[in-house]
Design a protein around this ligand. Structure first.
Ligand code: FPP
Length: 521
Protein backbone atom coordinates (compact mmCIF):
# COMPACT_ATOMS: atom_id res chain seq x y z
CA UNK A 1 0.00 0.00 0.00
CA UNK A 2 1.49 3.42 -0.90
CA UNK A 3 2.97 5.32 2.05
CA UNK A 4 2.60 9.09 1.86
CA UNK A 5 4.14 12.02 3.65
CA UNK A 6 2.20 15.30 3.56
CA UNK A 7 3.16 18.76 4.79
CA UNK A 8 0.24 20.72 6.20
CA UNK A 9 -0.43 24.36 6.99
CA UNK A 10 -3.33 25.40 9.19
CA UNK A 11 -4.89 28.27 11.05
CA UNK A 12 -5.39 26.71 14.48
CA UNK A 13 -7.89 29.28 15.77
CA UNK A 14 -10.96 27.10 15.36
CA UNK A 15 -9.33 23.77 16.24
CA UNK A 16 -8.92 22.01 19.57
CA UNK A 17 -5.34 21.30 18.54
CA UNK A 18 -3.80 18.91 16.02
CA UNK A 19 -4.38 15.59 17.74
CA UNK A 20 -7.68 13.76 17.29
CA UNK A 21 -9.78 13.55 20.44
CA UNK A 22 -13.21 12.32 21.44
CA UNK A 23 -14.79 15.76 21.31
CA UNK A 24 -14.04 18.92 19.41
CA UNK A 25 -12.72 19.78 15.97
CA UNK A 26 -9.09 18.75 15.37
CA UNK A 27 -6.72 18.99 12.40
CA UNK A 28 -6.02 15.27 12.50
CA UNK A 29 -9.76 14.57 12.53
CA UNK A 30 -10.33 16.87 9.52
CA UNK A 31 -7.48 15.24 7.62
CA UNK A 32 -8.58 11.68 8.36
CA UNK A 33 -12.12 12.53 7.27
CA UNK A 34 -10.81 13.96 3.98
CA UNK A 35 -8.59 10.92 3.35
CA UNK A 36 -11.42 8.58 4.15
CA UNK A 37 -13.43 10.13 1.30
CA UNK A 38 -10.65 9.14 -1.08
CA UNK A 39 -11.11 5.46 -0.18
CA UNK A 40 -14.91 5.16 -0.22
CA UNK A 41 -15.39 5.92 3.46
CA UNK A 42 -12.86 3.40 4.76
CA UNK A 43 -11.27 4.66 8.01
CA UNK A 44 -7.75 6.10 7.61
CA UNK A 45 -5.30 6.73 10.44
CA UNK A 46 -2.54 9.32 10.14
CA UNK A 47 0.54 9.81 12.31
CA UNK A 48 1.57 13.41 12.96
CA UNK A 49 5.01 14.78 13.82
CA UNK A 50 3.61 16.03 17.10
CA UNK A 51 0.61 17.67 18.67
CA UNK A 52 0.04 21.40 18.54
CA UNK A 53 -2.07 23.16 21.18
CA UNK A 54 -5.59 24.44 20.63
CA UNK A 55 -5.28 27.78 18.82
CA UNK A 56 -1.66 27.25 17.67
CA UNK A 57 -0.91 27.35 13.93
CA UNK A 58 1.32 25.50 11.48
CA UNK A 59 3.11 26.16 8.22
CA UNK A 60 5.02 22.89 8.19
CA UNK A 61 3.23 20.21 10.23
CA UNK A 62 4.05 16.80 8.77
CA UNK A 63 1.97 13.64 8.72
CA UNK A 64 2.33 10.18 7.24
CA UNK A 65 -0.23 7.54 6.34
CA UNK A 66 -0.85 4.50 4.17
CA UNK A 67 -3.69 4.70 1.70
CA UNK A 68 -5.24 2.16 -0.67
CA UNK A 69 -5.07 4.69 -3.53
CA UNK A 70 -2.24 5.15 -5.97
CA UNK A 71 -2.02 8.91 -6.42
CA UNK A 72 0.90 10.93 -7.71
CA UNK A 73 2.01 13.32 -4.94
CA UNK A 74 0.80 16.37 -6.88
CA UNK A 75 -2.59 14.67 -7.28
CA UNK A 76 -2.67 13.90 -3.57
CA UNK A 77 -2.12 17.60 -2.76
CA UNK A 78 -4.83 18.65 -5.18
CA UNK A 79 -7.28 16.00 -3.95
CA UNK A 80 -6.74 16.87 -0.30
CA UNK A 81 -7.12 20.59 -0.87
CA UNK A 82 -10.44 19.90 -2.58
CA UNK A 83 -11.69 17.99 0.48
CA UNK A 84 -10.12 19.73 3.48
CA UNK A 85 -11.78 22.67 5.26
CA UNK A 86 -10.44 26.08 4.27
CA UNK A 87 -8.35 26.49 7.43
CA UNK A 88 -6.17 23.46 6.56
CA UNK A 89 -4.09 23.10 3.39
CA UNK A 90 -1.81 20.37 2.12
CA UNK A 91 1.35 22.10 0.90
CA UNK A 92 3.41 19.19 -0.35
CA UNK A 93 3.23 15.44 -0.65
CA UNK A 94 5.72 12.68 -1.28
CA UNK A 95 5.80 8.91 -1.50
CA UNK A 96 8.09 7.64 1.24
CA UNK A 97 9.65 4.35 2.24
CA UNK A 98 8.12 2.08 4.90
CA UNK A 99 10.73 3.21 7.47
CA UNK A 100 9.55 6.84 7.46
CA UNK A 101 7.58 8.03 10.46
CA UNK A 102 6.45 11.65 10.82
CA UNK A 103 7.41 11.79 14.52
CA UNK A 104 10.23 9.27 14.91
CA UNK A 105 12.12 10.31 11.74
CA UNK A 106 12.12 14.03 12.64
CA UNK A 107 15.58 15.42 13.39
CA UNK A 108 14.47 18.85 14.58
CA UNK A 109 11.51 21.22 14.67
CA UNK A 110 11.39 24.95 14.19
CA UNK A 111 8.74 27.06 15.93
CA UNK A 112 8.07 30.79 15.65
CA UNK A 113 6.25 32.81 18.28
CA UNK A 114 5.02 36.31 17.50
CA UNK A 115 4.02 38.62 20.32
CA UNK A 116 2.42 41.98 19.67
CA UNK A 117 3.60 44.32 22.45
CA UNK A 118 1.57 47.35 21.27
CA UNK A 119 -0.74 49.08 23.78
CA UNK A 120 -3.96 47.98 22.06
CA UNK A 121 -4.74 44.64 20.53
CA UNK A 122 -5.97 45.47 17.05
CA UNK A 123 -9.14 43.62 16.00
CA UNK A 124 -7.43 42.49 12.79
CA UNK A 125 -4.77 40.74 14.85
CA UNK A 126 -6.91 38.96 17.41
CA UNK A 127 -6.51 35.47 15.91
CA UNK A 128 -2.78 35.91 15.54
CA UNK A 129 -0.23 36.88 17.03
CA UNK A 130 -0.17 36.78 20.85
CA UNK A 131 -0.56 40.08 22.67
CA UNK A 132 1.13 41.52 25.76
CA UNK A 133 0.94 45.33 26.09
CA UNK A 134 4.34 45.96 27.62
CA UNK A 135 7.73 47.45 26.85
CA UNK A 136 10.28 44.66 26.75
CA UNK A 137 13.90 45.48 27.34
CA UNK A 138 15.78 44.08 24.31
CA UNK A 139 18.99 43.09 26.16
CA UNK A 140 16.96 41.14 28.74
CA UNK A 141 14.96 39.31 26.09
CA UNK A 142 18.14 38.40 24.21
CA UNK A 143 19.86 37.18 27.37
CA UNK A 144 16.86 35.00 28.23
CA UNK A 145 16.79 33.60 24.68
CA UNK A 146 20.50 32.77 24.97
CA UNK A 147 19.84 30.88 28.21
CA UNK A 148 17.78 28.25 26.38
CA UNK A 149 20.49 27.38 23.86
CA UNK A 150 22.26 24.06 24.29
CA UNK A 151 21.33 20.81 26.05
CA UNK A 152 19.19 21.31 29.17
CA UNK A 153 16.63 19.54 31.28
CA UNK A 154 13.50 21.58 30.52
CA UNK A 155 11.30 19.92 33.19
CA UNK A 156 10.41 23.39 34.60
CA UNK A 157 8.87 24.34 31.25
CA UNK A 158 6.89 21.15 30.66
CA UNK A 159 3.18 21.25 31.30
CA UNK A 160 1.51 18.42 33.20
CA UNK A 161 0.08 15.55 31.20
CA UNK A 162 3.04 15.06 28.90
CA UNK A 163 4.07 11.42 28.74
CA UNK A 164 7.79 11.51 27.93
CA UNK A 165 10.81 9.40 28.88
CA UNK A 166 13.09 12.38 29.38
CA UNK A 167 12.67 16.13 29.68
CA UNK A 168 16.17 16.82 28.32
CA UNK A 169 16.21 18.58 24.93
CA UNK A 170 18.88 20.20 22.76
CA UNK A 171 18.06 23.70 21.51
CA UNK A 172 20.12 24.58 18.43
CA UNK A 173 18.59 27.98 17.78
CA UNK A 174 16.91 30.46 20.09
CA UNK A 175 16.71 33.98 18.69
CA UNK A 176 14.51 36.97 19.36
CA UNK A 177 14.18 40.05 17.15
CA UNK A 178 11.79 42.95 16.82
CA UNK A 179 9.62 43.72 13.85
CA UNK A 180 8.12 47.08 14.78
CA UNK A 181 6.20 46.43 18.01
CA UNK A 182 6.11 42.67 17.43
CA UNK A 183 8.58 40.42 19.17
CA UNK A 184 9.47 37.50 16.90
CA UNK A 185 11.02 34.52 18.65
CA UNK A 186 12.35 31.50 16.75
CA UNK A 187 13.46 28.31 18.38
CA UNK A 188 14.71 25.06 16.91
CA UNK A 189 15.37 21.87 18.89
CA UNK A 190 15.53 18.12 18.54
CA UNK A 191 12.14 17.99 20.22
CA UNK A 192 9.78 19.95 22.44
CA UNK A 193 7.77 19.20 25.56
CA UNK A 194 4.11 20.20 25.91
CA UNK A 195 3.76 24.00 26.11
CA UNK A 196 7.56 24.32 26.08
CA UNK A 197 7.80 27.08 23.43
CA UNK A 198 4.98 29.05 25.02
CA UNK A 199 6.75 28.72 28.38
CA UNK A 200 10.01 29.86 26.80
CA UNK A 201 8.20 32.99 25.58
CA UNK A 202 6.74 33.43 29.08
CA UNK A 203 10.35 33.46 30.32
CA UNK A 204 11.40 36.05 27.71
CA UNK A 205 8.52 38.32 28.68
CA UNK A 206 9.20 37.96 32.42
CA UNK A 207 12.85 38.97 31.96
CA UNK A 208 12.17 41.63 29.29
CA UNK A 209 9.58 43.35 31.44
CA UNK A 210 11.83 43.26 34.52
CA UNK A 211 9.65 40.85 36.56
CA UNK A 212 12.43 38.29 36.78
CA UNK A 213 16.21 38.69 36.41
CA UNK A 214 18.18 36.56 33.96
CA UNK A 215 19.80 34.87 36.97
CA UNK A 216 16.36 34.23 38.45
CA UNK A 217 15.26 32.60 35.20
CA UNK A 218 18.42 30.47 35.11
CA UNK A 219 17.66 29.23 38.63
CA UNK A 220 14.05 28.53 37.67
CA UNK A 221 15.32 26.46 34.71
CA UNK A 222 17.61 24.44 36.94
CA UNK A 223 14.92 23.98 39.60
CA UNK A 224 13.13 21.38 37.41
CA UNK A 225 9.91 22.57 39.00
CA UNK A 226 6.98 23.84 36.92
CA UNK A 227 5.77 26.10 39.74
CA UNK A 228 9.03 28.08 39.56
CA UNK A 229 8.46 29.07 35.91
CA UNK A 230 6.55 32.16 34.60
CA UNK A 231 3.16 31.58 32.93
CA UNK A 232 3.20 30.41 29.29
CA UNK A 233 2.25 32.82 26.50
CA UNK A 234 -1.07 32.37 24.67
CA UNK A 235 -1.23 29.63 22.02
CA UNK A 236 -2.38 31.87 19.17
CA UNK A 237 1.08 33.45 18.74
CA UNK A 238 2.67 30.07 18.04
CA UNK A 239 3.40 28.52 14.63
CA UNK A 240 5.09 25.23 13.85
CA UNK A 241 7.20 26.43 10.92
CA UNK A 242 9.25 23.49 9.74
CA UNK A 243 10.31 19.95 10.56
CA UNK A 244 13.69 18.77 9.38
CA UNK A 245 13.97 15.18 8.17
CA UNK A 246 17.52 15.57 6.95
CA UNK A 247 16.65 15.52 3.26
CA UNK A 248 16.73 18.44 0.86
CA UNK A 249 13.05 17.95 0.13
CA UNK A 250 12.04 18.68 3.69
CA UNK A 251 12.82 22.37 3.30
CA UNK A 252 9.57 24.27 2.86
CA UNK A 253 9.17 25.38 -0.73
CA UNK A 254 11.62 22.81 -2.07
CA UNK A 255 10.59 19.85 -4.17
CA UNK A 256 10.34 16.46 -2.54
CA UNK A 257 12.02 13.65 -4.42
CA UNK A 258 11.70 15.53 -7.68
CA UNK A 259 7.98 15.94 -7.28
CA UNK A 260 6.59 19.39 -8.04
CA UNK A 261 5.92 21.33 -4.88
CA UNK A 262 2.72 23.11 -4.01
CA UNK A 263 4.38 26.26 -5.25
CA UNK A 264 4.82 24.67 -8.64
CA UNK A 265 1.15 23.88 -8.77
CA UNK A 266 0.61 27.59 -8.26
CA UNK A 267 2.86 28.12 -11.27
CA UNK A 268 0.75 25.75 -13.34
CA UNK A 269 -2.33 27.60 -12.21
CA UNK A 270 -1.02 31.00 -13.32
CA UNK A 271 0.31 29.81 -16.67
CA UNK A 272 -2.63 29.71 -19.11
CA UNK A 273 -3.46 26.24 -20.46
CA UNK A 274 -2.62 25.90 -24.15
CA UNK A 275 -0.08 28.76 -24.12
CA UNK A 276 3.57 28.45 -25.28
CA UNK A 277 4.59 29.10 -21.69
CA UNK A 278 2.44 26.20 -20.50
CA UNK A 279 4.14 23.93 -23.04
CA UNK A 280 7.50 25.04 -21.58
CA UNK A 281 6.38 24.30 -18.01
CA UNK A 282 5.18 20.88 -19.08
CA UNK A 283 8.40 20.14 -20.98
CA UNK A 284 10.61 20.77 -17.96
CA UNK A 285 12.18 17.77 -16.29
CA UNK A 286 11.67 18.56 -12.59
CA UNK A 287 14.30 16.09 -11.53
CA UNK A 288 17.06 17.91 -13.49
CA UNK A 289 16.55 21.55 -12.62
CA UNK A 290 19.70 23.67 -12.35
CA UNK A 291 20.51 24.13 -8.68
CA UNK A 292 21.95 27.62 -9.16
CA UNK A 293 21.01 30.12 -11.89
CA UNK A 294 23.09 33.29 -12.27
CA UNK A 295 21.98 36.23 -14.40
CA UNK A 296 23.85 39.16 -15.96
CA UNK A 297 21.01 41.66 -16.30
CA UNK A 298 21.92 43.80 -19.31
CA UNK A 299 20.24 46.19 -21.71
CA UNK A 300 18.39 48.54 -19.37
CA UNK A 301 19.97 51.62 -20.97
CA UNK A 302 19.15 50.44 -24.51
CA UNK A 303 15.60 49.58 -23.50
CA UNK A 304 15.12 53.16 -22.30
CA UNK A 305 16.86 54.75 -25.31
CA UNK A 306 14.63 52.77 -27.70
CA UNK A 307 11.64 54.39 -25.99
CA UNK A 308 13.25 57.86 -25.93
CA UNK A 309 13.42 57.71 -22.16
CA UNK A 310 16.26 58.45 -19.77
CA UNK A 311 18.57 55.50 -18.98
CA UNK A 312 17.38 55.38 -15.38
CA UNK A 313 13.88 54.56 -16.61
CA UNK A 314 15.38 51.34 -17.98
CA UNK A 315 16.66 50.44 -14.52
CA UNK A 316 13.29 51.26 -13.02
CA UNK A 317 11.56 48.99 -15.54
CA UNK A 318 14.17 46.33 -14.76
CA UNK A 319 12.73 45.95 -11.27
CA UNK A 320 9.60 44.27 -12.70
CA UNK A 321 11.82 41.70 -14.37
CA UNK A 322 13.68 41.13 -11.07
CA UNK A 323 10.39 40.54 -9.28
CA UNK A 324 9.16 38.08 -11.91
CA UNK A 325 12.40 36.08 -12.02
CA UNK A 326 12.78 35.88 -8.23
CA UNK A 327 9.20 34.70 -7.84
CA UNK A 328 9.45 32.12 -10.63
CA UNK A 329 12.76 30.78 -9.28
CA UNK A 330 11.19 30.29 -5.86
CA UNK A 331 8.16 28.56 -7.36
CA UNK A 332 10.36 26.27 -9.42
CA UNK A 333 12.19 25.26 -6.25
CA UNK A 334 15.64 26.44 -7.44
CA UNK A 335 18.22 26.49 -4.66
CA UNK A 336 20.10 29.68 -5.60
CA UNK A 337 19.45 32.66 -7.87
CA UNK A 338 22.20 35.27 -8.30
CA UNK A 339 21.48 38.58 -10.03
CA UNK A 340 24.32 40.91 -11.09
CA UNK A 341 22.97 44.33 -10.13
CA UNK A 342 26.05 46.55 -9.74
CA UNK A 343 29.67 45.84 -10.65
CA UNK A 344 32.74 47.50 -9.13
CA UNK A 345 33.18 49.17 -12.52
CA UNK A 346 29.65 50.65 -12.46
CA UNK A 347 30.83 53.51 -10.18
CA UNK A 348 32.19 55.08 -13.42
CA UNK A 349 28.62 55.81 -14.55
CA UNK A 350 27.14 59.32 -14.13
CA UNK A 351 26.49 60.14 -10.47
CA UNK A 352 22.76 60.55 -11.07
CA UNK A 353 22.52 57.03 -12.56
CA UNK A 354 24.46 55.51 -9.65
CA UNK A 355 22.25 57.31 -7.15
CA UNK A 356 19.09 56.12 -8.92
CA UNK A 357 20.34 52.53 -8.90
CA UNK A 358 21.04 52.71 -5.16
CA UNK A 359 17.63 54.27 -4.53
CA UNK A 360 15.94 51.53 -6.57
CA UNK A 361 17.68 48.86 -4.55
CA UNK A 362 16.48 50.37 -1.28
CA UNK A 363 13.00 50.78 -2.67
CA UNK A 364 12.94 47.21 -3.97
CA UNK A 365 13.94 45.78 -0.61
CA UNK A 366 11.45 47.84 1.33
CA UNK A 367 8.60 46.90 -0.97
CA UNK A 368 9.49 43.25 -1.49
CA UNK A 369 10.70 42.14 1.93
CA UNK A 370 7.32 40.81 3.01
CA UNK A 371 6.96 38.93 -0.29
CA UNK A 372 10.42 37.42 0.14
CA UNK A 373 9.48 36.29 3.64
CA UNK A 374 6.12 34.93 2.56
CA UNK A 375 7.82 32.89 -0.14
CA UNK A 376 10.46 31.58 2.27
CA UNK A 377 13.27 33.31 0.29
CA UNK A 378 16.60 34.09 1.95
CA UNK A 379 18.28 37.26 0.78
CA UNK A 380 22.05 37.68 0.60
CA UNK A 381 24.53 40.18 -0.84
CA UNK A 382 27.76 39.20 -2.60
CA UNK A 383 30.32 41.94 -3.17
CA UNK A 384 32.02 44.68 -1.20
CA UNK A 385 28.93 45.77 0.66
CA UNK A 386 30.98 47.88 3.09
CA UNK A 387 31.72 50.44 0.32
CA UNK A 388 28.05 51.10 -0.47
CA UNK A 389 26.28 54.21 0.93
CA UNK A 390 25.38 53.70 4.65
CA UNK A 391 21.61 54.02 4.09
CA UNK A 392 21.75 51.29 1.41
CA UNK A 393 23.87 49.08 3.68
CA UNK A 394 21.32 49.51 6.46
CA UNK A 395 18.45 48.39 4.21
CA UNK A 396 20.49 45.44 2.92
CA UNK A 397 21.41 44.31 6.44
CA UNK A 398 17.77 44.51 7.43
CA UNK A 399 16.80 42.31 4.48
CA UNK A 400 19.54 39.80 5.28
CA UNK A 401 18.59 39.66 8.97
CA UNK A 402 14.86 39.41 8.42
CA UNK A 403 15.13 36.58 5.89
CA UNK A 404 17.90 34.68 7.69
CA UNK A 405 15.58 31.87 8.83
CA UNK A 406 14.07 31.29 5.38
CA UNK A 407 14.87 27.86 4.02
CA UNK A 408 13.69 28.12 0.42
CA UNK A 409 15.38 29.95 -2.48
CA UNK A 410 18.65 31.74 -1.68
CA UNK A 411 18.55 35.03 -3.57
CA UNK A 412 22.00 36.60 -3.99
CA UNK A 413 22.32 40.14 -5.28
CA UNK A 414 25.81 40.89 -6.57
CA UNK A 415 26.51 44.48 -5.56
CA UNK A 416 29.75 46.37 -5.90
CA UNK A 417 30.92 42.98 -7.12
CA UNK A 418 34.01 42.04 -9.15
CA UNK A 419 35.04 38.45 -9.83
CA UNK A 420 38.79 39.08 -9.80
CA UNK A 421 38.55 41.15 -6.60
CA UNK A 422 36.57 38.33 -4.99
CA UNK A 423 39.25 35.77 -5.88
CA UNK A 424 42.04 38.11 -4.74
CA UNK A 425 40.31 38.75 -1.38
CA UNK A 426 39.65 35.03 -0.91
CA UNK A 427 43.24 34.04 -1.67
CA UNK A 428 44.60 36.71 0.70
CA UNK A 429 42.40 35.52 3.56
CA UNK A 430 43.10 31.88 2.85
CA UNK A 431 46.86 32.44 2.76
CA UNK A 432 46.77 34.43 6.00
CA UNK A 433 45.03 31.45 7.67
CA UNK A 434 47.45 28.96 6.12
CA UNK A 435 50.42 30.95 7.43
CA UNK A 436 48.86 31.51 10.88
CA UNK A 437 48.17 27.78 11.24
CA UNK A 438 51.64 26.83 10.02
CA UNK A 439 50.16 24.80 7.13
CA UNK A 440 51.92 23.82 3.91
CA UNK A 441 50.73 25.99 0.93
CA UNK A 442 50.45 22.68 -0.94
CA UNK A 443 47.48 21.93 1.35
CA UNK A 444 45.43 24.55 -0.55
CA UNK A 445 42.77 22.87 -2.68
CA UNK A 446 40.13 24.13 -5.10
CA UNK A 447 37.56 23.40 -2.38
CA UNK A 448 39.47 25.50 0.16
CA UNK A 449 39.55 28.45 -2.28
CA UNK A 450 35.79 28.04 -2.91
CA UNK A 451 35.17 28.13 0.82
CA UNK A 452 36.69 31.65 1.05
CA UNK A 453 34.51 33.13 -1.70
CA UNK A 454 31.31 35.10 -1.06
CA UNK A 455 29.39 32.05 -2.29
CA UNK A 456 30.98 29.63 0.20
CA UNK A 457 28.72 26.66 0.82
CA UNK A 458 26.54 27.35 -2.24
CA UNK A 459 26.49 25.14 -5.33
CA UNK A 460 28.27 26.71 -8.33
CA UNK A 461 25.97 28.12 -11.03
CA UNK A 462 24.81 25.44 -13.47
CA UNK A 463 23.25 28.01 -15.78
CA UNK A 464 24.47 31.54 -16.58
CA UNK A 465 21.99 33.77 -18.39
CA UNK A 466 22.92 37.04 -20.09
CA UNK A 467 20.35 39.36 -21.61
CA UNK A 468 20.65 41.87 -24.51
CA UNK A 469 22.75 39.62 -26.75
CA UNK A 470 26.21 40.55 -25.46
CA UNK A 471 28.72 37.66 -25.39
CA UNK A 472 30.75 38.68 -22.35
CA UNK A 473 31.28 37.44 -18.80
CA UNK A 474 31.95 40.96 -17.42
CA UNK A 475 34.02 39.82 -14.45
CA UNK A 476 31.06 37.87 -12.98
CA UNK A 477 31.56 34.82 -10.74
CA UNK A 478 34.79 33.97 -12.60
CA UNK A 479 35.72 31.07 -10.34
CA UNK A 480 32.22 29.69 -9.86
CA UNK A 481 31.11 29.50 -13.53
CA UNK A 482 33.91 27.11 -14.56
CA UNK A 483 31.38 24.52 -15.81
CA UNK A 484 28.24 26.64 -16.14
CA UNK A 485 26.14 26.38 -19.28
CA UNK A 486 25.82 29.84 -20.85
CA UNK A 487 22.51 31.02 -22.33
CA UNK A 488 22.35 34.39 -24.09
CA UNK A 489 19.14 36.05 -25.23
CA UNK A 490 18.59 39.17 -27.37
CA UNK A 491 15.80 40.19 -24.97
CA UNK A 492 16.67 43.34 -23.03
CA UNK A 493 16.50 42.91 -19.25
CA UNK A 494 13.36 45.02 -18.61
CA UNK A 495 11.47 42.70 -21.01
CA UNK A 496 12.79 39.48 -19.42
CA UNK A 497 10.01 37.44 -17.84
CA UNK A 498 9.06 34.00 -16.53
CA UNK A 499 8.78 32.54 -20.06
CA UNK A 500 12.42 33.48 -20.81
CA UNK A 501 13.63 31.81 -17.63
CA UNK A 502 11.61 28.69 -18.49
CA UNK A 503 13.05 28.74 -22.02
CA UNK A 504 16.60 29.01 -20.63
CA UNK A 505 15.97 26.05 -18.32
CA UNK A 506 14.40 23.97 -21.09
CA UNK A 507 17.42 24.66 -23.36
CA UNK A 508 19.82 23.91 -20.49
CA UNK A 509 18.17 20.52 -20.04
CA UNK A 510 18.78 19.66 -23.70
CA UNK A 511 22.53 20.15 -23.31
CA UNK A 512 24.90 17.41 -22.32
CA UNK A 513 27.15 18.55 -19.49
CA UNK A 514 30.51 16.85 -19.87
CA UNK A 515 32.72 18.64 -17.32
CA UNK A 516 35.73 18.06 -19.62
CA UNK A 517 34.91 14.39 -20.24
CA UNK A 518 33.58 12.91 -23.50
CA UNK A 519 30.02 12.24 -22.40
CA UNK A 520 27.83 9.19 -22.64
CA UNK A 521 28.38 6.93 -25.68
C1 FPP B 1 22.71 46.75 -17.07
O1 FPP B 1 22.07 47.53 -18.04
C2 FPP B 1 21.99 46.81 -15.80
C3 FPP B 1 22.51 47.31 -14.64
C4 FPP B 1 23.89 47.81 -14.57
C5 FPP B 1 21.75 47.42 -13.39
C6 FPP B 1 20.71 46.39 -13.11
C7 FPP B 1 19.87 46.87 -11.99
C8 FPP B 1 18.53 46.72 -11.86
C9 FPP B 1 17.71 45.95 -12.81
C10 FPP B 1 17.80 47.38 -10.74
C11 FPP B 1 18.15 46.96 -9.35
C12 FPP B 1 18.31 45.53 -9.12
C13 FPP B 1 17.77 44.78 -8.11
C14 FPP B 1 18.26 43.39 -7.94
C15 FPP B 1 16.72 45.26 -7.21
P1 FPP B 1 22.87 48.71 -18.73
O2 FPP B 1 22.52 49.98 -18.06
O3 FPP B 1 24.33 48.40 -18.77
O4 FPP B 1 22.24 48.65 -20.17
P2 FPP B 1 22.94 49.06 -21.56
O5 FPP B 1 24.02 48.04 -21.80
O6 FPP B 1 21.81 48.95 -22.53
O7 FPP B 1 23.44 50.45 -21.40
Amino acid sequence: MPHYRVTLAYDGTDFEGFQAQARGRTVQGALEAALSQLVDGEPVRVAGAGRTDAGAHALGQTVCFRLERDLRPAEMVRALNGLLPRDVRAREAALVGPEFHARRSALSKLYRYELDTGPVQLPTRRRYPGHAPCVLEVAGVEAAAALYRGRHDFASLASAGGNVKTTVRTVTRSEARYDGETLVYEVEADGFLRKMVRSMVGGLVAVGSGLVSVEGLREALHARDRRAWPAPAAARGLTLVHIDYGDPGSAPGATIAGVPSMALQDLLEVVPAGSDERALVEAIDWTRLPRHVAVIMDGNGRWATLRRKRRVEGHRAGIDAVRDVVETSARLGLEVLTLYAFSMENWKRPQMEVQTLMGLLKHYLRRELETLLRNNIRFQVIGRMEDLPPDVQKELHRGIERTRASTGLLFNIALNYGGRAEIKDAVQRLLADVVANGQDPASITEESISSYLYTAGQPDPDLLIRTSGEMRISNFLLWQIAYAEIWVTETLWPDFRRKHLLQAIADYQKRERRYGGIGAA
